[in-house]
Design a protein around this ligand. Structure first.
Ligand code: HEM
Length: 404
């Protein structure tokens, strides 16, 4: 039996066999069509993405027997290559046309008899692969995120990163990515510069080495993976996550500024409803998700809110300073609700949008419940967080990928 060798050489070697590669071309219109090569370069494009490149499709046309063509198509689908087009020819020699997005090389293995043995594709080594993520890499990246959390204590900012990527979703807009949401757009400088995202470039920097290591994971997934892992590692509930989010690819696809909530609007309850209802979230979810402020701090130099430091933040861990909502701001529990209800400690933060959770009659029902019952909070938080993480996202495959 033969090993895996590039289809081009295979094809030549099997010139006498019935399967013959006749043409490979790239869909990247900036380059002349290539023939008989399977390795496609990635190309840098202009723009202010931190590391942006586009990935052309690999298009391969085979002249083959009907059975070989069908076998390759089946195998490609099985390996989730999702050929964009598969054209069987009506001519005497059937042809198979494969257009494979985000694939940089394709290996087809044949048995000695010339039958199809295996098909293997290499994902493009592109930092902005817009295809869905690879399950094995997601699992491994999750372990790396756990290690990062152990040394950097960056749980809060990773949660905020995931929330701010997803929270731009507008349910009244059908089209992706104009509708915003969890699509990785927050990696682009233009969006990082939105006022609400002050400081989040640090979260991106923390994740960049993991992004570079796992080229088969989209930014959209990495942000949500990091956030959910941070909640779990801080002692919070397990979030029923799915993955496979497709990335946006250019800064032009970023949402307009102003879709995230402000902390001190004139009418906090109305404002929260306006913003979260636009995302398709309800009162219970607003209150549950606000409970994420059990983690982290507010820094005046970033958001304009909070004290420069308090007795709970002056020594870190992580970069010292800021004002936390809770005493143990790296532990995920229901103390946020207890603390904003009691307001006994001037060193703990209560934003106008936090305070309103115990003032508005509808929000109050949930806030009181969560202050009393941590299990109820964890259950509702886990569901709301998973829902938030899916807002606006386009999944490949459409049902998403579970890591369990
Ligand atoms: C309800 C409306 C919300 C408002 C007005 C709001 C506002 C803020 C503000 C002003 C900060 C301080 C940022 C800084 O100075 O660095 C902050 C931090 C934070 N927010 Fe929110 N937020 C809201 C909802 C949420 C939600 C839904 C989540 C997550 C599910 C979340 C998670 C966080 C976390 C974890 C931090 C701490 C970040 C850190 O320590 O670096 N927030 N938020």
């Amino acid at each position: 039996m033969m090993g895996m060798i590039p289809v081009e050489r295979q094809a030549l070697r099997h010139r006498t066999e019935r399967l013959r590669l006749v043409q490979v071309s790239t869909s990247d219109s900036s380059k002349p069509a290539k023939t008989k090569t399977l390795s496609l370069p990635t190309s840098k494009t202009a723009g202010d993405d931190i590391s942006h490149s586009t990935q052309p499709h690999l298009m391969a046309t085979f002249l083959s027997s009907k059975t070989a063509a069908a076998a390759i198509a089946r195998s490609a689908i099985h390996h989730r290559l999702r050929p964009l087009s598969f054209a069987g020819s009506r001519s005497r020699v059937p042809s198979l046309h494969l257009s494979l997005p985000h694939v940089s090389s394709l290996h087809v293995g044949f048995s000695q008899q010339g039958g199809l043995k295996s098909i293997m594709a290499t994902r493009a080594m592109s930092s902005t692969v817009s295809a869905a993520s690879d399950p094995a890499q997601l699992k491994s990246a999750k372990e790396d995120i756990k290690e990062l959390l152990k040394t950097k204590f960056c749980h809060p900012i990773l949660v905020r990163l995931g929330w701010h990527d997803a929270g731009t979703y507008d349910k009244t807009i059908q089209e992706w990515p104009q509708r915003g949401g969890a699509n990785g757009s927050l990696r682009f400088e233009i969006e990082l510069k939105h006022g609400a995202n002050a400081g989040l470039v640090n979260a991106l920097k923390l994740l960049q080495s993991i992004k570079d290591k796992y080229t088969g994971i989209t930014y959209a997934d990495l942000f949500q993976l990091a956030s959910a892992t941070a909640i779990e590692e801080a002692g919070g509930p397990k979030i029923p996550m799915k993955y496979g989010r497709v990335n946006v690819t250019t800064p032009e696809q970023c949402p307009p500024e102003g879709r995230l909530p402000a902390a001190g609007p004139p009418s906090p309850a109305d404002h929260l409803r306006e913003v979260f209802y636009r995302m398709g979230l309800n009162d219970k979810e607003i209150v549950a998700l606000s409970g994420a402020h059990t983690l982290g701090r507010s820094r005046p130099e970033r958001s304009g809110w909070g004290k420069p430091e308090t007795k709970y933040t002056k020594d870190g861990p992580g970069a010292p300073g800021g004002q936390s909502w809770t005493v143990q701001w790296l532990k995920f529990d229901n103390s946020y609700f207890k603390d904003i209800k009691e307001r006994r400690d001037a060193d703990l933060l209560v934003l106008p949008t936090d305070a309103v959770l115990f003032e508005d009659p509808s929000f109050k029902v949930y806030a009181e419940k969560y202050a009393e019952d941590q299990d109820a909070f964890f259950k509702d938080y886990a569901e709301a967080h998973a829902k938030l993480s899916n807002l606006g996202a386009k999944f490949e495959p459409p049902e998403g990928i579970s890591l369990d």
